[in-house]
Ligand binder design. Structure first.
Ligand code: CA
Length: 222
């Protein structure tokens, strides 16, 4: 996923960004509402992590503005323990979930996965493509029952395709899902990841639509 992190506490922002990157997602971090607004206008983020108290205003104002404009991108708000009223207001304003600081990073991962699945309309964490079974929640892949280890980026690429079953996803969309601003992107990075996924999970896991992009191989019912 491509995630926007809006958080002005530097240490927390750095720890969260590092953790999310470690899970194979691309993260852009901003510390102010105006920067968040500009980033959201420019990039089709899959998910937003939104702190409520920011130097130039309230995160809730940004959330209300997004929802009023019909923007349904999932938002998880980050609140302090004593801000119960903020949490309720956040959910009322259209947040998908909230995390209370200080939160456990494993908890963050679980919430990210849950919100992303709900958003893609697929609450089932187990998906099948041919002889491949993918447990999205646990990041476990098996081929004909044998466990296959995938890198974080390989998972991120698979997830980008799994979120749009049957749809063709362009190379640019996949790069957007895999890399944040300022990341060095090799021109053949997507092809290289697809090729490694095919070596590990079989040729049919990803289908190339020449000139258009890629799609997930045909799914079997889970
Ligand atoms: Ca803050």
């Amino acid at each position: 996923m491509r995630i926007l992190l809006v958080e002005d506490e530097g240490d927390l922002a750095a720890a969260v960004a590092e953790h999310i990157r470690g899970q194979g997602h691309a993260v852009d971090g901003v510390a102010r509402l105006d920067e968040a607004g500009a980033a959201l206008a420019a990039v089709d983020y899959d998910l937003v992590l939104l702190d409520l108290q920011l130097p130039d205003g309230q995160g809730l104002d940004l959330l209300r503005r997004l929802r009023r404009a019909g923007d349904r991108r999932p938002v998880i708000i980050l609140t302090a323990r004593d801000q119960v009223r903020d949490r309720i207001a956040g959910l009322d304003a259209g947040a998908d979930d909230y995390l209370v600081k200080p939160f456990d990073l494993a908890e963050l991962s679980a919430r990210l996965g849950a919100v992303a699945r709900r958003y893609s309309g697929d609450p089932s964490p187990l998906r099948r493509v041919g002889a491949v079974a993918l447990d999205i929640a646990r990041h476990q892949a098996t081929l004909a029952g044998e466990r296959v280890e995938l890198t974080a980026r390989e998972w991120a690429l698979l997830e980008a395709l799994l979120r749009r079953p049957g749809a063709i996803v362009s190379k640019a969309q996949l790069e957007d899902a895999l890399y944040a601003f300022g990341d060095e992107v090799e021109s053949n990075a997507v092809e290289a990841h697809v090729s490694r996924l095919r070596k590990k999970l079989g040729r049919d896991i990803v289908v190339t639509q020449r000139g258009l992009g890629y799609r997930l191989g045909d799914e079997a019912p889970a």
